[in-house]
Design a protein around this ligand. Structure first.
Ligand code: AMP
Length: 214
């Protein structure tokens, strides 16, 4: 099973991918996470990507598609892939088709999380994660049970993404509308698009995704 989770920044793609990985034999392929790791490690890709990401612009199609290709090549053929934050342009969608074909895979579902943009700004600007294990939290919607302590690993250090501020978020939403949303009609023509209300609760969205996958 290979699926794309599509939706503007903050729609819940990362949270839902993490749930899918727990419930199914699947691996999350998040180009955003891969790029952030590259920035942290100061690799050549990371050094190129940092300023682009901080502005909320898109990193080049060839760079992200190469990251995806490398990661799929390293996966067991039977393990499913969840594409999170990729593809984001028409060129990437085409490159993904080529990558999947090369590795003997096919795209089963494109799931779009539909959301209200103003509510998203609040959602994104409140999100943070455990610096130790990466568990995701939100100031109001999903705080740790004990303030300042990670539910998953007990860590007490948390971090926020540098691009999770209102100005950059609005920019990233504009990029989603102009660059990413136009790839949907191509997938619709193949009959593999499903839409889910991404503003409902985490568990409800997860249930709706599972219903599509079965
Ligand atoms: P994300 O974590 O998916 O919100 O991605 C964070 C940032 O990484 C984006 O704003 C882009 O600058 C960059 N990025 C992530 N995925 C892609 C992609 N598929 N194509 C181009 N840039 C990307």
């Amino acid at each position: 099973m290979n699926i794309i989770l599509l939706g503007p920044p903050g729609a819940g793609k990362g949270t839902q991918s993490a749930g899918l990985v727990e419930r199914h034999d699947m691996i999350q392929l998040s180009t955003g996470d891969m790029l952030r790791a590259a920035v942290k490690a100061e690799t050549p890709v990371g050094l190129k990507a940092k300023a682009i990401m901080d502005r909320g612009d898109l990193v080049s199609d060839d760079i992200v598609s190469q990251l995806i290709d490398d990661n799929i090549a390293a996966m067991d053929a039977k393990t499913g892939a969840i594409f999170d934050g990729y593809p984001r342009t028409a060129a990437q969608a085409e490159q993904l088709d080529g990558i999947l074909e090369k590795h003997g895979r096919k795209l089963d579902h494109v799931i779009e999380l539909e959301v209200d943009e103003d509510a998203l700004v609040e959602r994104i600007c409140g999100r943070f994660s455990c610096a130790n294990c990466g568990a995701l939290y939100h100031d109001t919607a999903n705080p740790p049970s004990v303030e300042g302590v990670c539910d998953t690993c007990g860590g007490t250090e948390f971090k926020r993404r540098p691009d999770d501020n209102e100005e950059t978020v609005r920019k990233r939403m504009g990029v989603y509308r102009s660059e990413t949303a136009p790839i949907l009609p191509g997938y619709e023509a193949r009959g593999i698009v499903s839409r889910i209300d991404g503003m409902s609760g985490i568990d409800e969205v997860a249930g709706a995704i599972d219903a599509i996958l079965t």
